[in-house]
Design a binder for this molecule. Structure first.
Ligand code: GDP
Ligand code: IMO
Ligand code: MG
Length: 436
């Protein structure tokens, strides 16, 4: 028999559609009993909302668990815009004061530099409107390119300011070559060095070894929540390429982006909106461009947190969710925004597609060009005409709402452990705990 102290399993929160599933709300909900909450990929392209009573918090970079007073951790897999982080910290002042006691940033985190990466993002997006991704314009693609190219500036570089000139020269070599090619003004190395020196004054006290800290938390029997950003269909390798973000967004990324073993991923909680939304370009077989789509956008307040863009809306696509449940090995699901469907006479659920005259029941190939030809196959279920807003008990749900949830659960092969019935922290039905 193995001996050891009993440990609470970690929880990994992953969006199973195209983002904005409600990851922020569920991270906050599950953070109450945790010791640390960790972002492990993405940057300030993310927009996570937590509503507590009358207060609305919108985070781009700060892990949502900060609101429960937990240690907030930014892992090496994140791309960090220091200027944006300082804005978020200032906005929290008074309610939550941030100090190195409750915020830790990995020395391996790559830095998004204003004037460099967002500008390169814009240059790429402008190149051809037909192939534009519809990015958030935050410089996400360019900074991940620089990281893989081995010349991104890392948070840890701010601990050795004397080394910056050589590193900045290396960073600017390609950026300036491209800028010259498209008639943009070259970036001066000294401007970037000055900016990084300013960043250092603020950031250095927060920089540390995330992998070691998380190791110590677990050794002491603690619990860690890993807060995913973007959705699984935006994963650079397994999403709707090339209409994706530039990081891996599925559960396996936890290990790489936070420096923990795969065994620490813990309970994978997949977040699924009761319908589907997408911001930006790319395939979306169940998209509704009619009044029902407009109804979902209005009733669900579907406007991007980061860019304010209206989100494209459509029916739930269980072929998408079955794929993303599989990719991350989701142990359970949280269904969000059920209340948004209140009052619709009937609901359609996509269970597969017809592509090139062939039936496709499971989405093994999610590449954009292939999936653009997909015709959805639907099952129609009756709606419910009463309000589910704020219901906290599964028995309180209308029978047709329960049937809708049961149908989804069967299609995607993962148990529903909670149902969110409103944006507020406590508007949630807890069916089971995320325990392995
Ligand atoms: P995230 O990026 O996955 O964290 O999600 P966002 O915060 O971008 O988008 C989710 C939106 O839905 C936010 O405005 C939330 O406040 C809201 N929301 C979350 N859960 C529910 C719910 O159950 N019902 C309703 N009506 N709104 C919700
Ligand atoms: P959260 O964490 C929804 C989308 C963009 C675009 C594509 C690439 O709030 O769910 P990028 O700026 O990452 O290079 O853009 O990805 N996108 C998101 N869509 N929610 C997000 O984050 C997103 N982050 C990026 O709209 O289509
Ligand atoms: Mg969001």
């Amino acid at each position: 028999m193995r001996k050891g102290i009993s440990m609470k399993n970690n929880i990994t929160i992953i969006g199973l559609q195209w983002g904005d599933e409600g990851k922020g709300k569920l991270t906050d909900f599950h953070s109450e009993k945790a010791d640390a909450v960790v972002r492990f990929q993405g940057g300030n392209n993310a927009g996570h909302t937590v509503i507590i009573g009358e207060k609305v918090y919108k985070f781009n970079l700060m892990p949502s668990g900060i609101l429960q007073g937990k240690l907030a951790v930014i892992g090496n897999g994140v791309v960090l815009n220091v200027s944006r982080l300082t804005e978020e910290i200032n906005a929290l002042k008074g309610d939550f004061d941030i100090s190195p006691k409750n915020l830790l940033i990995s020395e391996g985190t790559s830095l998004i530099i204003p004037g460099v990466h967002p500008e390169m993002d814009a240059i790429q997006e402008r190149a051809n409107s037909k192939t534009a991704v519809g990015t958030t314009g935050r410089g996400i693609g360019p900074i991940y390119m620089d990281k893989v190219g081995r010349f991104a500036i890392k948070a840890g570089d701010l601990l050795e300011l004397e080394s910056l000139p050589g590193k900045v020269e290396k960073l600017l070599f390609l950026h300036n070559a491209i800028r010259r090619g498209v008639n943009e003004k070259e970036i001066k190395a000294q401007d970037i060095i000055n900016y990084l020196n300013e960043c250092a004054q603020f950031l250095v006290p927060y920089i540390g070894n995330v992998s070691q800290k998380l190791y110590e938390i677990k050794k002491a029997g603690g619990q860690i929540i890993f807060e995913g950003a973007q959705g699984s269909m935006l994963d650079i390798d397994h999403g709707s390429f090339p209409m994706v973000t530039s990081s891996n967004t599925i559960a396996a990324q936890v290990s790489i982006g936070a420096g923990v073993p795969l065994s620490e991923i813990g309970f994978v909680l997949g977040i699924v909106k009761a319908y589907t939304t997408r911001v930006g370009n790319g395939f979306f077989p169940t998209e509704l461009t009619d009044e029902t789509g407009e109804y979902l956008r209005k009733s669900g307040a579907e406007f991007g947190v980061t860019t304010g863009r209206p989100r494209r809306c459509g029916w739930i696509d269980t072929a998408v969710v079955a794929r993303t449940v599989y990719l991350s090995g989701a142990n359970g699901l949280a269904i969000t925004k059920l209340d948004v469907l209140d009052g619709l006479p009937e609901l359609k659920v996509c269970t597969g597609y017809e592509i090139n005259n062939q039936k496709v029941p499971f989405l093994f190939n999610a590449k954009n060009e292939y999936m653009e030809k997909a015709i959805p196959v639907y099952t129609t279920l009756p709606g419910w005409q009463t309000s589910t807003k704020g219901i906290k008990n599964i028995k309180g749900l209308p029978t047709n709402a329960r049937k809708y949830l049961d149908f989804i659960e069967k299609q995607v092969n993962s148990p529903i452990i909670s149902v969110s019935t409103g944006p507020e922290r406590l508007e949630i039905i807890e069916i089971a705990k995320p325990v392995l």
